[in-house]
Design a protein around this ligand. Structure first.
Ligand SMILES: *Cc1c(COP(=O)(O)O)cnc(C)c1O
Length: 363
């Protein structure tokens, strides 16, 4: 059988080497004769795993010492709620920038929990001739004492990415669920970064939170203890039983990243992969991108067949060619190729070849 390339947006493919290692040691982890799933999270072996994972992510992302790294439950959406409950108290206000589906979902959760009085919303997407682009506003001109500004630098559904640095007079909270560790960033510019694990880190359910210690002092709302950042810090992310298997796999992905040149190497190859695909889309009359050049996501490449009546055929034949999960999100239609760190360039080459042939066959 020829290779299968999985373009799913999430849960997404994991590096083959990581999966093979997990398979090999599934029943006997660390020479203990039991699975990593079956040991206490408080055992010295598991604690050693978590310490290594933290050291590795700190090294990979160059996380400064005044930040904590938390391994929490509840994926990306769990953090939509946690951010509000941990930072707003009963009077604090926050600004939410909307650049696509996920930042909009974050607004819904924030408004549900804090009410419209405490949440200000600013749309930053322009739609011009069916092409989406972003213009970052000058936030220093806003005379408000926000506790934080929230945004999503990579909109997974829409295929929109913001590469430009956001400047803000308040702490920046960023949902990096789908682009964490895909390119270098300066962590010190952020108050808090969070990511559901299932795109670029590991299995779903786990979320990574990187938080500047200053934010731990903000007044909180009463909330579920398992979502409380201060408790998570105090208990080393083990206030309750953490998702241990997901944590183990994330730790293996960090090791894989390190042995493959780290985030800088990923960034170079991710640029190459995205460039290959977008250049082909632009060169072929048969397909179109609806995102402006400057905001085309390097992780989630959305594109459309100009003749949308061929969509089903495209998806079916791609699947037969071993290229799976290319269907766009139901809210936007079209196609989406998610090409996270784990996707080898061969997968993108195979996709481009298929797209070329499909266009010729149906010209
Ligand atoms: C997938 C995703 C989420 C939601 O993650 P869940 O783990 O399903 O809650 C949030 N934000 C972004 C940017 C995502 O890509």
């Amino acid at each position: 059988m020829s290779a299968t390339y999985n373009f799913c947006a999430g849960p997404a493919m994991l590096p083959a080497e990581v999966m093979q290692k997990a398979q090999k040691e599934l029943l006997d982890w660390n020479g203990q004769g039991v699975s990593v799933m079956e040991v206490s999270h408080r055992s010295k072996e598991f604690i050693a795993l978590t310490e290594q994972a933290e050291a590795d992510i700190r090294e990979l992302m160059a996380i400064p010492a005044n930040y904590h790294v938390l391994f929490m439950h509840g994926g990306g959406r769990g953090q939509f709620a946690a951010v509000v409950n941990n930072f707003l108290g009963s009077k604090g206000k926050a600004l939410y920038l909307v650049d696509g589906s996920w930042s909009s979902a974050a607004v819904d959760e924030a408004v549900k929990l804090a009410g419209t009085e405490q949440i200000d919303i600013l749309n930053i997407v322009n739609k011009d001739n069916n092409i989406n682009s972003i213009s970052l506003p000058d936030l220093s001109a806003i005379d408000q004492d926000y506790r934080y500004v929230h945004y999503c630098p990579n909109e997974t559904v829409d295929g929109i990415e913001i590469f430009e640095e956001l400047n803000a007079p308040w702490p920046i909270v960023a949902d990096m669920s789908s682009n964490i560790m895909s390119r270098k960033i300066d962590v010190s510019r952020y108050g808090l970064i969070y990511a559901g694990a299932q795109k670029n880190i590991g299995p779903s359910g786990l979320s990574i939170v990187i938080i500047n210690d200053d934010l731990l002092a903000l007044p909180q709302q009463p909330q579920a203890s398992i979502m409380d950042y201060r408790l998570a810090v105090k208990h080393d992310s083990m206030y309750n039983t953490p998702p241990t298997f997901a944590w183990y796999l994330a730790a293996e992905v960090f090791k894989w990243l390190k042995s493959n040149g780290g985030v800088a190497a990923m960034e170079a190859i991710n640029q190459q992969k995205a460039q290959l695909l977008y250049a082909f889309i632009d060169s072929c009359d048969f397909y179109e991108s609806r995102v402006a050049n400057a905001n085309r996501s390097q992780m989630n490449v959305t594109f459309y067949l100009k003749d949308e009546s061929l969509n089903e055929q495209f998806i079916r034949q791609a699947k037969e060619a071993g290229l799976v999960a290319l269907k766009g999100h139901r809210s936007v239609g079209g196609m989406r190729a998610s090409i996270y760190n784990a996707m080898p360039i061969e997968g993108v080459e195979a996709l481009v070849n298929f797209m070329k042939q499909f266009a010729q066959r149906n010209a």
